[in-house]
Design a protein around this ligand. Sequence first.
Ligand SMILES: [Fe+2]
Length: 425
Amino acid sequence: MRLKIVLLFSLCLLLARNSSIAGEVSSPDNNLGATTRPDHIILTWTDDPKTTQTISWRAVTGTDNGSIRFYEAATSASTVTAAASVKLFRAERGDAQGSFKLLTVTLSGLKPGARYNYIPVAGEIEGEAHSFMTEPAVEPSFSFLLFGDSQSGKKDNPDYKPWQKTVSAAWAGNPDARFIMNAGDLVETGQDIRHWNNWLDAAAEAIASVPEMPVEGNHETYNVSDTPSKPSYLTELFPVFQNGPEGLKGQVYSFDYGNAHFSVLDSQEDEEAPKNGSILGKQVLWLEKDLSSTTKSFKIVLFHKTPYFNKAKRNNELIKAAFCPVAEKYHADVVFNGHDHCLARTFPVRDGKFSSKPDEGTVYYICGRSGAKFYTDSVMREGDEFFFNPKDQTCYLRIDVSKSVLSIKAFSADGTLLDTYSLTK
Ligand SMILES: [Fe+2]
């Protein structure tokens, strides 16, 4: 009898232990915060903004299917269901271990200039309802928001409250903005999902309502050991136009909106070249073709590492030598950069010569900072027409593009106007 009790006790202990292990495997932490309800809704464009809209969201790993339920807001049209593609996102590079499902749909055949209401679905569980608007067939003027580095500043502390405050203020103050862009270093550690989770929570309302078109920065390439690699988390989370050069699709792309052409480049030669070879030559060829073939009145180029730097010690000479001659040859109106966390605008420049006339050169504009990190060693340089170091609070840009005028306004998060610049054609 006593032996039977001991055996029974041992069996109970074994079962309890196994049950504990099984419990860990199905722990919500392994889904990295994802639940059965869709969240982290992201709008981007992968095709024509007039007739398509790409929507992504996440849910727990057990999700096998999903869809977008949508209808045109101004009509009594019935709801349409578009099936999502579902893929597994794995965080396994030393950051928070786990996985979730990424769901993506590109809605097509939409009516230009129409607002659509939509609900993302995972399995049969609906997420929050939102709406988006397609680009009008003729867009005489539009605006977009542009943010400098939103990174937390500390890889072990993914704090995106300053970014949340900035993007919330910008979105609340500019509800007519058609889309959002970030000029790189969105997060501190691009290959650590904890940073993206907090970044996406912070920007949730805005990027479920208008597309977020990112620019890759050096921090998007870093893992928890600060070893650079391909920025795969960025490109997995934000599907964009796949029209860049081979090997850089998702990191380099271009698109049109209204009267403007946007060319997005990858300035992370130092981080990516050691493993993958130089990334500059193929981008120069691509940019030549891209800028020479556009018929849009305004050409806007974006890349992260600024060729006209303001920090005390910088050396982006390789980037400057590769990208600037092409941007200036085809007279890009503005090149937007990040990296230095200050606001700085050069006079129009061509081949190193500064001018006061916009038709004689390209303006280089550093977008400030929208996150926690700021520098104290940035200074105004020769060739700068405007400089401001936003040490006290974050800032953002609003850019308006009409048929003949491109205007840039820089605001601090509290709404104070810091800079205004416009050029007319
Ligand atoms: Fe940077």
